[in-house]
Design a protein. Structure first.
Length: 143
């Protein structure tokens, strides 16, 4: 692993942890992306969250800055649109069913040693591993 490939993930992880910690300390709320999107769009019943909008805007600006400094990834979508739509709907359903997403449970919940988040993260990771196993070994799909 060369120096740049080690530093980017380290810096990204530190910034995610720092921003989630600051958000929790200043608002008393968890910085889960699904919850922030819902509050930014006014779907939580408490009106549109300007702080959530700023947090999400910071994520987008940070991604743009990082891709401007480093080479941008070459992203190729190889799945069909109906498959992507079904996958997106299933992820959205799972997010609502699990009362949060991987960022809320995996980053913030684990840091707080929340039993519900520990279980949710174990389920996320188990399903992810099973999906990779099924796609690679059973169906013969490549990475």
């Amino acid at each position: 692993m060369n120096q740049i490939s080690f530093l980017w993930p380290l810096a990204g992880g530190l910034l995610i942890g720092l921003s989630a910690g600051i958000y929790l300390l200043t608002t008393g709320r968890i910085a889960g992306i699904s919850g922030l999107v819902a509050s930014t769009l006014g779907l939580t019943g408490s009106g549109i969250s300007k702080l959530g909008l700023g947090f999400l805007g910071g994520i987008l600006v940070g991604a743009f800055v990082a891709s401007s400094i480093a080479r941008a990834p070459n992203i190729q979508v190889t799945s069909s649109v109906p498959l992507l739509l079904v996958g997106g709907l299933l992820v959205g359903f799972g997010t609502r069913l699990g009362s949060g997403c991987t960022s809320g449970h995996g980053v913030c919940g684990l840091a707080r040693l929340s039993p519900r988040s520990i279980v949710a993260t174990l389920i996320f990771m188990t399903v992810a591993a099973a999906t990779v196993f099924a796609m690679r070994l059973v169906l013969g799909a490549s990475a």
